[in-house]
Design a protein around this ligand. Sequence first.
Ligand code: MRU
Length: 340
Amino acid sequence: MRPVVWAQDRARLIDQTLLPTREVWVECTTPQEMARAIKSMQVRGAPAIGISAAYGMALAALQGAQLPADELKASLEEARQILAASRPTAVNLFWALEEMAKVWQRLDESAEIVPALVERALEIAREDEEMCRQIGAHGAQLVPAGSRILTHCNAGALATGDYGTALGVVRAAHAQGKVSLVWVDETRPFLQGARLTAWELLQEGIPARLICDNMAGHFMQRGQIDLAVVGADRITNKGDVANKIGTYTVATLCKAHQIPFYVAAPYSTIDTSLQDGSQIPIEERAAQELTVLNGQRLAPEGIEVANPAFDVTPSNLVTAIITERGVFYPPFDFSKVLGS
Ligand code: MRU
C-alpha cells in the first residue's frame, strides 16, 4: 500500500481525509497543489510528507523545464519555500527538501536538473520503503511471542513509502507469529488510529482492537498491554521524541506500568541540530478539528480551543529507538552515530 505514487508527470495520492469510508485518489501536478495536500493532511505521516515534498520539487522542475538554468533554480527555490511552509513539525519534510536542493545546486543545465530531480524523488520513495522493512526486522526482535502491542496514531504504510515504521515492527513481528493483539488508540482529534491504523490492520488480517485514547491506562493496569510502539515526527540528538499528540501520555503510562515504550523511525527523522525537545516547533491546527466531527458540531460556538498536533516525549521515557541502522538505547547521542 503506497500512499503516494509518481505517474510520469504527476503525483497521485490516496486522500487520507476520506479513509476508511472512501478510497479516492487525487492528483497533484504543481508544487502548490502538493503543499495544499500536505497541509490539509490528504497525505500525512512524517516519511510520507517527506516523499510528497520531494515529488512536489519534481513537479516544480517539470513546470520550469523550458526555463534557462538560473530561472529554473529561482523557481525551484520558490517551490521549496512553499513546500517548507506546509507543516512545521516533521523534520522529514525539510530533510527531503534539502536532499532535492543538493541535486539542483550541483548541476548547471536545465536539461540535467529536471530528470535528476525526478530520479532523486523516486529514489527517496524507494529508500523509505526499504528502511521501513529494515526497521521492521530490527524491531521484531524486541517483540516477545504472544505480544499485545499498543500503538498510537498511524505510523503504517499510509504514513510512509510503504510498510510503515511502528506498523512495520508490528507487520514483521506478526509475520513471525508473535503478535496476539494490536491495541489501536483512536487518536483524537484527527482519528488516525480509528480511521487509518484500524483500516490497515484489518486489511492485513492482523488482530486489532480499537480503544479511545483515554482507555490505555485501564488496560495497562489490567496487564493486557505488553509493549507500546509508535512512530516519530522529529527526534532530537538526545532522544526526545515529537510524535502525535497523546504520545507523551502513552509513554508516561508505560513508565508507570513498567511496560516498554519503543519509538520506530528512519534516520531522516533524527534532527541532530536540536538537543532538546523544547526546541521542536509544534504545529497548532484549526479549532474545527475538535469542535466539529463530520459536519456535526460537538462543542458550543465561541468556546476557546487548543489543538497542538504533536507533543514531546522526553528521552527518559523511551525504552529504545528502532531505526534502519539498528536499535538504540539511552542515553542517546545521535550526532556521534550519524554525524551532525
Ligand atoms: O499529523 P500526522 O498524521 O501527520 O502525524 C503522524 C504521526 O504523528 C506519526 O506517528 C509520525 O509521523 C510517524 S509516521 C511513520
